[in-house]
Design a protein around this ligand. Sequence first.
Ligand SMILES: NC(=O)c1ccc[n+]([C@@H]2O[C@H](COP(=O)([O-])OP(=O)(O)OC[C@H]3O[C@@H](n4cnc5c(N)ncnc54)[C@H](OP(=O)(O)O)[C@@H]3O)[C@@H](O)[C@H]2O)c1
Length: 350
Amino acid sequence: MRYNKLGHTDIDVSVICLGTMTWGEQNSEAEGHAQMDLALERGVNFWDTAELYAIPPRAETYGRTEEIIGTWFAKTGRRSEVILASKVAGRATRLPYMRPHLHDGETRLDRQSILEACDASLKRLQTDYIDVYQLHWPERETTAFDVVNYNHNPERDGFPIEESLRALEELVKAGKVRYVGVSNESAWGVMEFLRLAETAGLPRIVSVQNPYNLLKREYEYGLAEVSCRTGAGLLAYSPLAMGTLSGKYLDGARPDRARLSLFGQYFPRYQSDRAVATIRKYVETARRHGLDPAQMANTFVNTRQFTTSNIIGATTLDQLNAAIDTGDMTLSDAVLADIETIHKETPIGY
Ligand SMILES: NC(=O)c1ccc[n+]([C@@H]2O[C@H](COP(=O)([O-])OP(=O)(O)OC[C@H]3O[C@@H](n4cnc5c(N)ncnc54)[C@H](OP(=O)(O)O)[C@@H]3O)[C@@H](O)[C@H]2O)c1
C-alpha cells in the first residue's frame, strides 16, 4: 500500500481510502464491520463518511453509516488507528429531516448548522474528534453534481465562505475537528478557501473531495494544477463511475443487487449511450492488456500526480480486496497511451 501526505499535515494516508456510503442501505452493519476489519488489516488507514449517508439519502437511513462506524469503534477500540473524514451537508431543499434548524426549508452552511451537524456526527460515530471535516457541497450555485453550464448568480451566494470557515475554526479550536476540507468544489472555491486561510488566519483546507474517474476528468481542467501547487490534493470519489467501469452493466445487463440495478433512476450519471460506448472501449482496453477493468480504472486514479487518496466503494469483500490490491499497482506506458487515445476521442465520457 502506498501512502501520501494529507495536504500540509504530517499525516500519511493510504492511497486507497475506504468509502462507506453503502453501509446502512446496500450493506448491513455486520458487512460494514467486516469491511473495516479487512481494510485496516490491509493498511487502509483512511476512511470517508458523511452525515448524509446511507445512499441514496432518505429520512429512515439518515446517519446510519456513521452509526455503523461508531459501533465498530466501540466494539474494537481502534479509533486511533484510523484517519476519519466526514462531511456536513451543503445547501439543499430535499433534506429537511437532517436539521433542527432549517432556513426556508433548506439545509445550509451557516455557523449554527455546521456546529450542530458536527456534534450530531460525533455522537453517532462514538468518538470525540473527526480528523478531516469537509463541507459536502458548496452553499453557492456552482457546477457541482454534473451541472454543465456555469450560471453566475451572486444573489444565491448565501452564507459567505468565511462564515463556514470560521465555524470550522471553532470546531478545530474545540478539539472536535483536526483538519478541514471541501468537496464538490470549483477551482475558484478552493482558491478562496486558501486565500482566507492566509489573509484571515483561518484553517487551511487539506483536501478537495471531487468526482474523478476515466469517464469524468474535469478535475484536470483547473483543479489538478491547484492541487499540485497548493498541496490541497484530490480525494477522488466514484473512481469506478459507480461500478460501470467494471463493465458489468454492458449490453443492458443488470446484475442482482448492484447499485444501478437497485437505484438506477436515482443515478442517471454514467448511463448515457455515450457513456456506455466509452466504457466498452476502456473495458476492452483493460482486457487486451490482461487487466481487470475495475483495477485498471482504480489504478489510473491512484497514480495521478494530484491524487492524495482514492475513495473506493465496495459492497463485497472480494470487491474490497480487488480495490485494495491496486494500492500497489501501476499502469504501463502502453496502457496509459491507450487510455489517452480513448480520452481524446471522448473528453467528457459520461
Ligand atoms: N463527496 C461526494 O459528494 C461523494 C459522492 C459519491 C461518493 N463519495 C464517497 O466515495 C465513496 C466511493 O464512491 P462510489 O461508491 O461511487 O465509488 P465507485 O468506485 O465508483 O463505485 C463503487 C461501487 O462499484 C461496485 N464495484 C466495486 N468494485 C467492483 C468490482 N470489482 N466489480 C464490479 N463492481 C464493483 C460496487 O457497487 P455494486 O456492488 O452495487 O455494483 C461499489 O459499491 C463513497 O462511499 C463515499 O465515501 C462522495
